[in-house]
Structures are given as structure tokens and as C-alpha cells.
Write a protein that binds this ligand. Structure first.
Ligand code: HEM
Length: 423
């Protein structure tokens, strides 16, 4: 591999002369179809890699496991909230006065002490007990969805199963009544994946307003008439000093749970099923030894997890890392999908092996203070989905060639647009 250093072009100028075009390729369909060889090169040759986005921005990608861990655990050098690190763009200032502030005040983009306060309050509501209690209902929803596809003989795993499962689960967990779930689902499309549904900016704003108005009514109702659901628990959450979530924090928290609660799980199931179908010997092992299910969920998250890169972090100060000069205010992303294939930590990293002993070291759920709140729920949904799916359809197979599958080209999530299956 030949490199050259172009000093005239600034710090982020270490160019890959062989294939310069590749440098802007991190989100292309070709890259997304199999990003792992490229990540292996980056770990080896350029572990702190500067991506020049086509719109002019510079983004640092961190690909080695140890470096990924270091960033995720370091809230002193790396911030989630750009305020105070960088002059806020006019766009963002406008945004903070608009309807968006009702869905954007969330802990994923907050630093301590705000993050500490929000996480403490949500921890009171989103408890392991509440998640465990969901198991029978998740199993029932799984069966209901598979009943609908059984009559067809073929289906799209993503659209018919992996997408509706976590959406229904999070709606029920929050306590959205069945009759109102369809409306809620329509409004949340504007928050979760407006691009996927071809939603215009105007429609997006309208839907967010409807979503927020609905939730306002719901918070008031649950305040007056508490139920055994997550919205009630969030409304009631209170710390020792009597501090509670205000209205915009409540609606932002619900919006965050919708986004994180299913863009992830849909792809956890999709990527996991695809990996098993591509490794029939591993699938056969899982079918004969159901006690491997927990390990299978961890190994599939390591092998091809749904969160490819973290959300944005901002450098709070100038620093030199692996010879690269990162400036205060620079954008940093860590690549979970790369760290999880790092040979310095995982034996035979590119092999799917349900029996391996090191899978639990994966960083699919992140690390540090932003470690995934929903990890227990995701593990439970993943376990139930895989078990029931292969119990009911033991001869499930891909309908078509794996090279025809299309992957989403977004920044954070890694997942298929569709996964056609026959049985
Ligand atoms: C396999 C499925 C999932 C994966 C791989 C995953 C992964 C992650 C990762 C990597 C982060 C940290 C991001 C960062 O530091 O930039 C995160 C945070 C978070 N996740 Fe998940 N997630 C999954 C499912 C869920 C579910 C089901 C929920 C809830 C319903 C959830 C709720 C959250 C929340 C609220 C945060 C923010 C935590 C904080 O900022 O303190 N996630 N998740």
C-alpha cells in the first residue's frame, strides 16, 4: 500500500494513493456490503483515520479495540454535547427554539452532570425487572408475527418480522394503548427514519408536533391515573432531592427509546439471521444445543452488530493520537464493527464461532457512561426472536443470492434493507 503525506492540505491529509476514491467510500453500497476488510486495513495502517466527508467536514474514525474503549470511557477529552466545545452553528440555535427541542433533550447527547441526572432518573423506570417481565409478551408478539408469514411460504424478515417486533414491544412497554399504536407508529416514522419513508421536512415537523402533543396528554393522564407502564414510571421518577424529568425531557426520553429501541434490534435480528444462514454448521449447532442461545446472541453482536459506529463525540482539546493531530472541536466516531473484529482481542476475529470464549468482550453496546440502557431488552428480544424463528421454520433459507442483498448506507446503523427468505 502506497501513501503520501500532503502537508499543504492540513492535518487530515494522509492520502491513500492507490485508491483515493475509496477514501469517500465509507457509506457506499459497495463498502457497506462488506466493510470488514477495509476496517482491518484501517486498524493496521491508519487506526486514527481522517475521513473527508463530501460536504467538507473532517471526521476522525477510531478503529482499534483499545482506542475505541479509551474514547468511550473518556468524558474529559471527548464530549457528546458540542456546546462549549464548538461555536454552535446558527442552524442548531434555531433548532433549540423549535419543536425539535421537545425530542432532542436526551441523555445520549448530554455530558455530566446533565447526563448523570437524566440517566439516574431513567434507570429508576427502565429496570431489569420490568424487562424480564416482558418475556412472555415478547414471545407472544413473535408468534403473532410469524403466524402471519407462515401462510405465505416466503417473507421479508426485515419488513415482516424484525421491524414490527421491537416497535410493538417498545409501544407496549411504554403503555401506548393498542388503539393508538398505529397513529404513534406513523408519527414516529418522522423521528426514527424519515429518509426510509420518504418523509418531507414539512411532514416531519407536523408529525413530531402530533407526537409531542399526544405525549403531553399521555404524561398528564398517567400523572392523574398511574398504570404499570414505562411512561408512568418516567413521569413518577424522582431523585433524593425531589428532582423530576420536565416535559421536554420526558418527550425526548420517549423519542430516544423509540429510536434506540428498534433501529438497533431490527438489524440485530436481520444481521444475526443472515450470519447464521451463511454458516450452516453454526446454525445446526444452535438448533441441537439450545443452551448456546445466550452465547449465540453475544457472538452475533460481535460478528456483525447493528451499531457500526458510535454517535458523534467532540474533542474538547487539541491532542496527538497515533501520530495524528486532532484539534479541539473535531468530530470523532469510534467504529464498534471494527473493534469487534480486532485480532489483538479476539481469536480468529473474522470467524463466526458460537463456542468461542471471548465474544463477551465485544463493544456492540458501547462502554462507559453511555453504555446501552436497553442492552438487557435487546438480548431478550434477540434470544426469543432467534429461538422461535428457527423452531418454527427449521429449513429457513435465503431467497436469492447474498450478493443481491442491499445494505443501508447510513452512518451509525448497519443493516439490510430487506432479507427475503423461503421455508
Ligand atoms: C442489539 C441492540 C442494541 C445495540 C447494539 C445498542 C447499542 C448501543 C450503543 C453502542 C450505545 C452507545 C452509543 C454511544 O456511546 O455513542 C447505546 C446507547 C443507548 N441505547 Fe442501545 N443498543 C441496542 C438496543 C437498545 C434498546 C432495545 C434500547 C431501549 C429500548 C436502547 C436504548 C439505548 C439508550 C437509551 C442509549 C443511551 C444511553 C446513554 O446515553 O446513557 N438500546 N446503545
Amino acid at each position: 500500500m502506497r501513501h503520501s503525506i500532503d502537508l499543504s492540505a492540513g492535518l487530515c491529509s494522509y492520502l491513500w494513493m492507490d485508491d483515493l476514491a475509496e477514501q469517500h467510500d465509507l457509506f457506499s453500497p459497495r463498502f457497506k456490503a462488506n466493510p470488514f476488510p477495509r476496517y482491518a486495513e484501517m486498524r493496521e495502517q491508519e487506526p486514527v483515520y481522517c475521513h473527508h466527508a463530501p460536504y467538507g467536514a473532517q471526521i476522525w474514525y477510531i478503529t482499534r479495540y483499545d482506542d475505541v474503549m479509551a474514547v468511550l470511557k473518556d468524558n474529559v477529552r471527548f464530549a457528546k454535547d458540542p456546546e462549549g466545545v464548538k461555536d454552535k452553528p446558527a442552524e442548531a440555535r434555531k433548532g433549540s427554539r423549535s419543536i425539535y427541542k421537545m425530542i432532542n433533550r436526551n441523555m445520549l447527547f448530554a455530558d455530566p452532570p446533565d447526563h448523570t441526572r437524566l440517566r439516574k432518573l431513567v434507570n429508576q423506570a427502565f429496570t431489569p425487572r420490568r424487562v424480564e417481565r416482558l418475556a412472555p409478551r415478547i414471545e407472544a408478539i413473535t408468534h403473532e408475527l410469524l403466524d402471519q408469514v407462515e401462510v405465505k411460504g416466503e417473507f421479508d424478515l426485515i419488513g415482516d418480522f424484525a421491524f414490527p417486533l421491537p416497535v410493538t414491544v417498545i409501544m407496549e412497554m411504554l403503555g401506548i394503548p393498542a388503539a393508538e399504536q398505529q397513529d404513534m407508529y406513523e408519527w414516529t416514522k418522522a423521528i426514527i427514519s424519515p429518509g426510509r419513508h420518504g418523509i418531507t421536512l414539512k411532514e416531519r415537523k407536523q408529525n413530531i408536533r402530533l407526537f409531542v402533543d399526544y405525549l403531553r396528554g399521555m404524561f398528564a393522564l398517567r400523572g392523574r391515573e398511574p398504570q404499570d407502564d414505562l411512561i408512568t414510571a418516567l413521569v413518577q421518577a424522582e431523585d433524593d432531592a425531589g428532582d423530576k424529568l420536565n416535559e421536554s425531557e420526558l418527550s425526548s426520553m420517549v423519542a430516544l427509546l423509540f429510536v434506540t429501541g428498534h433501529e438497533t434490534v431490527v438489524n440485530q435480528i436481520g444481521n444475526g439471521v443472515l450470519a447464521l444462514l451463511q454458516h450452516p454448521e453454526q446454525l445446526a449447532l444452535l438448533k441441537t444445543r439450545s443452551e448456546l442461545l445466550d452465547r449465540a446472541v453475544e457472538e452475533l453482536l460481535r460478528y456483525d452488530g447493528p451499531v457500526e459506529t458510535s454517535t458523534t463525540r467532540w474533542a474538547r482539546l487539541d491532542m496527538v493520537w497515533n501520530g495524528r493531530e486532532i484539534k479541539r472541536g473535531d468530530v470523532i466516531r469510534v467504529v464498534m464493527s471494527s473493534a469487534n473484529r480486532d485480532g489483538a482481542v479476539f481469536d480468529r476475529p473474522d470467524e463466526l464461532d458460537l463456542l468461542r470464549d471471548d465474544a463477551q468482550h465485544h463493544v456492540a453496546f458501547g462502554r462507559g457512561i453511555h453504555y446501552c440502557l436497553g442492552a438487557p431488552l435487546a438480548r431478550l428480544e434477540g434470544k426469543i426472536a432467534l429461538r422461535v424463528l428457527f423452531e418454527r421454520f427449521p429449513d429457513l433459507r435465503l431467497d436469492g443470492d447474498v450478493t443481491d442483498l442491499e445494505w443501508h448506507t447510513g452512518v451509525i446503523f448497519r443493516g439490510l434493507k430487506a432479507l427475503p427468505l423461503v421455508f
